[in-house]
Ligand binder design. Structure first.
Ligand code: SF4
Length: 322
């Protein structure tokens, strides 16, 4: 049984909303609300939900790009928020991120050699410039680029190639864990499968662990060992990939899955259309946060928040029906 690489406990992030002449805090956006999960060494956990549900904030909290309002993150047993910023800087080498928009995340004034080699320089992973260049070339080749790309700038590449540069940059410091934040959603459909396959090959070769964030449940089915479904700052279902796709238990997951087209239209499940507005995270509904849109809502749902608990073999969900 692989051991946990990462443990997230009660993680919460509220952003203050300021208003008026004196920027008085008028309310709080509850972006992430008391979530807990673990990621085993070598696995891919898919984190799925609609835009604005808090999944990217979760990724940034785990990398300590944001400080939490409450909660803890343990990486190989080390609680990361308690580390001084100096200690965390070297620790951070273990944890990298691949961004959604490969163009915006690459410095347009830097050549590929410097973009990919920067982390090696900071963490002193090469003895000299020549050695660093050879390490960069090796990485470029691993991600499907070439030595001749070393001296080019980001604007000289296609979207897919730029994402490959972003992946090489993340790998350059030999991390154990990568947050892939919507890494293929800005790419052409024809390129998406290539980048997904590349990420899976690199995982095998380097023994990487992924948190794969996406708004699209169909994307993570084949690459995730387990999938967590997030709604309005909370995880509402978490299970092994096969279990979640074959037997989704939470009404929200059922709804998301019903929207995925299947190859045989005769077997397409009936689409569940949600009515009502997506509630604001600044003013989430009482009880179950999904109750304003849930097709199976009951009286208790408006009043009591359902506990997130094990409802099947390693299958967790938060719903009064389960
Ligand atoms: Fe729907 Fe109630 Fe379950 Fe929430 S707790 S998902 S409102 S049935």
């Amino acid at each position: 049984m692989p051991k946990n690489l990462l443990k997230v406990s009660g993680l919460t992030k509220y952003f203050p909303v300021k208003q008026g002449l004196f920027s008085k805090v008028s309310s709080q956006v509850q972006a992430v609300n008391n979530i807990s999960f673990e990621i085993k060494s070598g696995e891919t956990l898919g984190l799925v939900g609609e835009s604005g549900c808090g999944k990217s904030t979760t990724g940034r909290l785990i990398l300590r790009l944001l400080e939490p309002t409450a909660g803890k993150v343990f990486f190989e047993g080390q609680e990361i928020y308690s580390l001084s910023s100096g200690k965390f800087r070297s620790f951070r080498r273990n944890m990298q991120i691949i961004f959604q928009d490969p163009y915006a995340s690459l410095n347009p004034r830097m050549k590929v050699e410097d973009i990919v080699g920067e982390g090696m320089l900071i963490h002193k992973l090469a003895a000299n410039k020549k050695e660093r260049r050879e390490l960069v070339v090796k990485l470029l080749e691993k991600v499907g680029l070439k030595r001749e790309h070393l001296n080019r700038y980001p604007h000289e590449f296609s979207g897919g190639q730029r994402q490959r540069i972003g992946i090489a940059r993340a790998l350059a410091v030999r991390p154990k864990f990568i947050v892939a934040d919507e890494p293929i959603s800005a790419l052409d459909v024809s390129i998406q499968a290539q980048v997904l396959n590349l990420l899976m090959d690199l995982q095998d070769e380097f023994g990487l662990t992924y948190l794969f964030i996406t708004h699209d449940l169909s994307v993570v089915e084949h690459i995730s060992d387990r999938v967590a479904v997030m709604h309005l700052g909370q995880i509402v279902e978490l299970a092994a990939s096969e279990s979640l796709y074959a037997n989704p238990l939470h009404p929200y997951t059922q709804c998301l899955l019903s929207a995925i087209p299947v190859p045989d239209p005769d077997n397409q499940p009936q689409r569940i259309i949600l009515s009502g507005e997506v509630p604001s995270p600044a003013n989430p509904p009482t009880g179950c946060r999904f109750h304003t849109r849930c097709p199976k809502v009951m009286d208790i749902c408006r009043r009591d928040e359902p506990a997130f608990r094990e409802v099947g073999n390693d299958h967790f969900a938060a719903c009064h029906l389960l």
